[in-house]
Design a protein. Structure first.
Length: 255
């Protein structure tokens, strides 16, 4: 399977043997990031990296697409070995054309798609612990954003974020098109050293970044309309644990 670190951890807990692609399998996997699919070393012990030929020989029972961008490629791979396809969809309004099983942390996707076997899957954060110095974090007034492919996939949130960054000079964007933080320990330190984490995404429902940040003691700021009716807005964020507002002016005033 190709999946996120949280998926790998949870499947291991259930007793499954997990395999991950060692490379892009000669272009068969078009949505791929170098470095063992972006897994950090902690999780490589939970999965065996295999070649395409090994995949054909193993003939796994299930092929898991850990995000929608992998869906078409992994559906083809599942068909090659007669495996069932499991799709893990994290964002809103993303189609699921065909799947035997659905894993989704998004209440809208979960309710919308009539797949026979589905699970509202809310995984735990997978981030190293770093002790937070609250005084130092607030003195620095640092607010960071951790979103990749921001403008391309999340244009509404990106517009809010760029406007916010113009006013809040100690705001930094991290992500694949900005500075990408590969090391999870470094990422954890960025979270802990910040006063807030900015989370303006118009199609994300659950927010791994949000849970990682809050786990390390750094609350988030969010646009109310972008999380309304989604898993984050329904189960996790409220006025007691986050800075939220319908406009940037409201958020500035609360900050």
């Amino acid at each position: 399977m190709c999946g996120t670190q949280a998926l790998i951890s949870d499947f291991n807990r259930l007793g499954y043997k997990v395999y991950s692609p060692i490379d892009n399998w000669n272009g068969k996997i078009t949505y791929y990031r170098e470095g063992a699919m972006g897994l950090d070393s902690k999780f490589l012990k939970d999965t065996e990296l295999i070649t395409y030929n090994q995949f054909i020989d193993i003939k796994p029972s299930y092929v898991v697409a850990g995000c929608f961008e992998q869906y078409e490629d992994f559906t083809k791979l599942a068909d090659e070995v007669g495996a069932k396809i499991v799709i893990g969809v994290a964002g809103n309004d993303q189609p699921v054309y065909r799947a035997d099983y659905l894993l989704s942390p998004d209440i809208a996707t979960f309710n919308k798609y009539q797949i026979k076997t589905k699970l509202l899957w809310l995984h735990e954060p997978v981030i190293p612990f770093v002790e937070k110095n609250i005084v130092k974090a607030y003195e620095g007034k640092i607010i960071n954003s951790y979103v990749s492919n921001y403008e391309k996939f999340f244009p509404v949130g990106y517009n809010y974020a760029t406007q916010f960054k113009k006013e809040w000079k100690t705001c930094t964007f991290y992500g694949q098109e900005f500075e990408y933080i590969e090391d999870r320990n470094e990422l954890a330190k960025k979270y802990a050293d910040s006063m807030f984490t900015m989370y303006f995404k118009d199609s994300d429902c659950y927010g791994q970044v949000v849970l990682e940040s809050m786990t390390l003691g750094t609350p988030v700021i969010a646009i109310q309309s972008l999380i309304h009716g989604k898993t984050l807005g329904t189960y996790f964020l409220n006025d007691s644990n986050a800075i939220m507002g319908d406009t940037l002016q409201t958020i500035y005033a609360k900050l």
